[in-house]
Design a protein around this ligand. Sequence first.
Ligand SMILES: [Zn+2]
Length: 367
Amino acid sequence: MMHSTPEALKSVKIVDSHVHLSQWYEHGQNFIDSLRAYREENSLEALGVVCIPYMGQKVKRDVSQNIMAAILKWEDRNIYAFGGLVYPTEPVSLPFPEALRPERQAQVMLDAGFDGIKMLEGKPNARRFLGLPLCSPAYDAYYALLERHRVHIIWHVADPAQFWDPKQVSQQVIDAGWYYGGGGFLSREALYAEILEVLRKFPLLKVTFAHFLFLEDDPEEAARVLDEYPNVCFDLTPHWRMYVSFTNKHDLWRDFFNKYADRLILGTDNVSGYDPARMKKQIDFVRRFIGTGDIMALAGGQGLQGLNLDPDVAEKICSKNFLNRCGQSPRSMDKMVLYDYINSMLPYVAAGELRDQIVRYVKEKLM
Ligand SMILES: [Zn+2]
């Protein structure tokens, strides 16, 4: 069922801070037009595009993710782009080749005009197959650089607790390669220990942990992380169980959201290749959950009740917090800089249709 924007939310500015890119063309539209339509049709101020060049062994991706995001920024002034690191081998073998040292890659992205960094390295499959602890000294210069420049990092660490439990994991999750109960995956606790080690060492890192850091069943720990690290935020990008927990302890979470109103950020996980109706459904769910008391459904969750936060609190979560962290408008992307950036990265793009599309784009638009 489709809903129009409720009255109470009409004046609340919305930024979707967590959107992904898929292919160049899907559903007969290129990714640039798809995301522009998504933004305009849903009255969003801006989008944060988070790149995941590495997605585990089943999905082959590369630095073309970052290149597509850079092109998107150049085409559309309402896009914040968060680039991801690429890794030459899996598992990582140290030392990194000079050109692919993490701090070097981050500097190249910042010089090109990216608005920040996305990390998927804390997702259990990525962490296992890359084989590099998140708190490895091999990342030290990289974290130091990001801390020094107050770069916004969107970081996926851990996954829903159920993905470790053979009794609770679904076939769909197993098929995706996200069952972590055996086979050399780190425990959730071990993953959390690694990032807390990073934060102890680099306490000024401006990290937003994706999906509420999967702490929806542990409000004390969520509060402790936010209290101890004042530069940390959580995004509210759904996995649906988060919203089940928020509903089950409605008063507790409403208080939590009010108390930490400056530390929570709206996101959806929408993907450029999704059908527009699916994208609308997702953004409507999240914004209504924040700003209304409506009863809704999301994926496996039924009867989810919105927190009905006051408009000023809702606006912080829906846009202000993100804009305060990432700049009131996206950094601009210069045509010559974009051209140089793409050319410097093309050697790392796998041969195929996407690479051809990028090369064609450079010839037609940037030369
Ligand atoms: Zn995501």
